[in-house]
Ligand binder design. Structure first.
Ligand code: ZN
Length: 264
């Protein structure tokens, strides 16, 4: 098993989780540095509620090679067993070079560079309406954030780009483009009152660029991948990969954010 050299993550900004599975609370977006030479944490936390880790775990289709989830939402420890400064606010997944794809239709809200002292990442924020997720309109929209991307992979994507489910976003790369770090995609999901989404503001006071939206509530990405299931037995979430040519009208929630090639 590969050992992760570090932790690298980004932190969010939110309230309290509504969906059945996730839960968490308002924090401020921060990047925790990675690696032994990394500087001390600069995290700022706002009303963080210790999340009890949900028991949601993924099940993958046997005939497809989906890059696996290496760290679940709420995980208290990193892959090497070292404690995280706070429970994991998203999921980590994939292997170097895996294709990152839109897990539902959505509108690119932002593409931005995050400058760490150990390297630069690019992040992308996608907004999904209830209709994009085949959910009833409850006055909420959903944000999905994709971290540790590299600009050259993003092509022409920019704020305002409309993505369809399965459209390319980027590739799984090393955080900070630094091969000392395990390649991974970090994904976070937020539930946001639609009427308040324009209260999102951008900050740089922690030394890097991040967004802040106090009304955003963190959600377990696996909970969003479980919405298509009538029942989630023993916390098992059957992840559904995007497959070209499939009609996803009526599909609830998110498909898997990585392309899953056939396994022969
Ligand atoms: Zn992560």
């Amino acid at each position: 098993m590969r050992k992760r050299l570090n932790r690298s993550r980004q932190r969010g900004r939110k309230g309290r989780l509504g969906l059945a599975a996730g839960l968490l609370a308002a924090t401020l977006c921060t990047v925790w540095p990675t690696g032994p030479a990394a500087p001390a944490e600069t995290a700022v936390r706002l009303a963080w509620e210790q999340p009890a880790r949900d028991a949601l775990t993924p099940a993958y289709p046997a005939d497809l090679g989906c890059g696996r989830i290496s760290s679940l939402f709420g995980d208290p420890t990193d892959l090497d067993g070292s404690p995280r400064p706070e429970p994991h606010e998203g999921i980590d997944l994939g292997d170097f070079g895996d294709l990152v794809i839109a897990p539902a239709d959505g509108l690119v809200r932002a593409v931005w560079r995050v400058e760490h002292d150990w390297g630069d990442d690019w992040n992308l924020l996608l907004v999904h309406s209830p209709g994009d997720l085949s959910l009833p309109d409850s006055g909420l929209v959903y944000f999905t954030e994709f971290d540790h991307l590299q600009r050259r992979d993003l092509g022409r994507l920019e704020a305002g780009s409309r993505l369809r489910r399965g459209d390319r976003i980027g590739r799984v790369r090393h955080p900070g483009n630094d091969p000392r770090f395990r390649a991974e995609l970090h994904v976070e999901v937020y539930e946001v009152p639609a009427a308040r989404q324009d209260e999102l503001s951008w900050r740089t006071d922690l030394g890097f660029r991040y967004w802040l939206l106090p009304s955003a509530r963190l959600v377990d990405p696996l909970a969003m991948m479980a919405l298509h299931q009538e029942e989630v037995l023993a916390g098992r979430v059957q992840v559904v990969p995007f497959w070209p040519g499939t009609d996803y009208r009526g599909f609830k929630g998110l498909t898997y954010p990585l392309a899953c090639p056939p396994q022969y």
